[in-house]
Write a protein that binds this ligand. Structure first.
Ligand code: HEM
Ligand SMILES: [Cu+2]
Length: 534
């Protein structure tokens, strides 16, 4: 090697080319990740505001700021955006795209153009979903689940919303295909399957769910369109259809979809913990197998959404039993994470605190999942605010918090700078207090019998609802503080080194931000991902 080639010229991926076209037609996984980032965060902000609007309406009994029909539209749009545009694509599309090739030592994903198409489909689907606001009879009022036969009959823009979800499904499938091939074909020299870090493993399991389950919902949603436009009698009993069939088809996808939401978050937790505990992860293989087990068992539990819909006694008991099985691999993971922390020298940086908030909130979300998974109890709390509290703890308190934790973890890699850590911790503390004040009272009011999807309630539910709404404001303040801190960090924060956290995975061996193809030459690994003790 001569002296000239050792004087390596560093050009970050932001600087390789300039102009709008170099972004919206880019093939670089990191730029596509950034495109997703800004779109997804934008949609999250919209849906957050819709959530605040509902909380304001629910501050006191009676009609306050919006009508019953507007409330129906708002919770539907909130749910559709949060699910299809934020929590399902969020971690895979942003952090999967950004970090997967870095973590496995690859220059890009296997199909860069397909990756770009996924993003375009995401944008088109998102705009269509928002478009329902502006024409015809306004946004759908069916709830994000589009239950038939009402979804077949309502005059609101169900057709467009359902087509939007269909297109978003395609985006998700293409990302899944891309990740599967990338992980099979593009691992660097020496990276055997069991030397692969755990976030890629989680993305791998997730990708299979995306590829195998999403087509089911795609076809189901097209069936709704066929029924609305052509009057084909799939679901409407008036024309010979069966509404329960819709629920089965819908949940056969949508239950596995909850693992598309949570597995990638668990993968990131398994990256963050070793980095800040400075110890190899406890039970690496147990985590891998539990990831695969969750993805697999998750296919067989969809009936727990339908205990009250009318199924045979045998069917509901079997679904309840299988639901409990999912708790086993989930519990295995929590024990592994805690065991990794045990006797570690913990470096309490902001990403680590996000993990702590995650574990706390995931415990509440997961354990109340067993409560609603238990047949006899669910019949009582089905469609009450207990369920609202449960799924917000899982989706938001767990995956949502790790989404923001992941921003704090890879921030130096993504923006090449560092945020103010004390302020990041403070904002998280406010978010944590706000989140739990917002949702914990809903468990109580749900047990008392307050149904979900109603804009009004009985006077005895007032106190808990008021506490909840106050919580939503605390949470919003926390978010604003976090956002300001991150924007400041990205603009003026101190320049980050390659490896500010002392991580051992390959992402931390690249420049911050990385160059166009990440590595000057494809790396070679000779051992597992989290070897700290030498
Ligand atoms: C990651 C974040 C979030 C996710 C994934 C999420 C998801 C959902 C979903 C799927 C629904 C059900 C919609 C339906 O019944 O069709 C829902 C309802 C609701 N969400 Fe969220 N949400 C999130 C954040 C928030 C926030 C920040 C607030 C408040 C500030 C909020 C307040 C509500 C309310 C009030 C309802 C309606 C309850 C009802 O009347 O049934 N959510 N959310
Ligand atoms: Cu489920």
């Amino acid at each position: 090697m001569n002296a000239a080639s050792q004087e390596r010229e560093y050009v970050s991926f932001y600087k390789t080319r300039k102009g709008i076209a170099s972004w919206i037609f880019t093939h670089d996984h990191k730029r596509i990740a950034m495109l997703y980032f800004y779109c997804i965060v934008g949609f999250f902000a919209v849906a957050f505001l819709l959530g605040m609007l509902m909380r304001l309406e629910l501050f006191a009994p009676g009609a306050n700021i919006i009508s019953a029909q507007q409330y129906n539209a708002v919770f539907t749009l909130h749910g559709v955006i949060m699910i299809f545009l934020f929590i399902i694509p969020g971690i895979p599309a942003i952090f999967g795209n950004f970090a997967l090739p870095l973590l496995i030592g690859a220059p890009d994903v296997a199909f860069p153009r397909l990756n770009l198409i996924s993003w375009w489909l995401y944008v088109i689907g998102g705009l269509l979903a928002l478009g329902t606001l502006f024409f015809g009879e306004g946004p759908p009022d069916t709830g994000w689940t589009f239950y038939a036969p009402y979804s077949v009959k309502t005059g609101t823009n169900v057709t467009i919303a359902v087509l939007a979800a269909f297109i978003l499904g395609f985006s998700s499938i293409l990302t899944g295909v891309n990740f599967i091939v990338t992980i099979h074909r593009m691992r660097c020299h020496g990276m055997t399957w069991f030397r692969m870090p755990l976030f890629p493993w989680a993305l791998y399991a997730t990708a299979w769910i995306q590829v195998l389950a999403t087509p089911v919902v795609g076809i189901t949603l097209l069936m709704i369109v066929a029924e609305r436009i052509l009057g084909v009698g799939f679901f409407d009993p008036a024309i010979g259809g069966d509404p329960i069939l819709y629920q089965h088809l819908f949940w056969i996808y949508s239950h596995p979809a909850v693992y598309v939401m949570v597995l990638p978050a668990m993968g990131i937790v398994s990256e963050i913990i070793p980095t800040f505990v400075k110890k190899s992860i406890f039970g690496y293989k147990a985590i891998v197998y539990s990831t695969l087990a969750i993805a697999f068992v998750g296919y067989f539990v969809w009936g727990h959404h339908m205990y009250t819909s009318g199924m045979s006694g045998t069917a509901v008991i079997v679904f309840s039993f299988l639901t409990f099985l999912v708790a086993v691999p989930s519990g295995v993971k929590v024990f592994n994470w805690v065991a990794t922390m045990y006797k570690g020298s913990i470096d309490t940086q902001p990403p680590f605190w996000y993990v702590v908030a995650f574990i706390f909130q995931f415990m509440i979300g997961g354990l109340t999942g067993l409560v609603v998974g238990a047949l006899a109890i669910d019949v009582h709390v089905h469609d009450t605010h207990f369920v609202v509290a449960h799924f917000h703890y899982v989706m938001f308190g767990s995956t949502g918090f790790i989404f923001f934790g992941a921003i704090h973890y890879w921030f130096p890699k993504m923006w090449g700078r560092m945020y103010n850590k004390a302020r990041a911790n403070f904002a998280l503390l406010i978010m944590f207090i706000g989140f739990n004040t917002l949702y914990f009272p809903l468990f109580i009011v749900g047990m008392m019998g307050m149904p979900r999807r109603y804009y009004d309630y009985l006077p005895e539910f007032t106190l808990m609802n008021q506490i909840s709404t106050v919580g939503s404001f605390i949470l919003a303040i926390g978010f604003i503080l976090m956002t300001i801190n991150l924007i400041k960090g990205a603009r003026k924060g101190e320049i980050a080194s390659k490896n500010p956290w002392g991580g051992k995975t390959l992402d931390w061996q690249t420049d911050s931000p990385p160059t166009l193809y990440n590595f000057d030459e494809i790396p070679t690994v000779t051992e597992g991902p989290y070897i700290y003790n030498k």
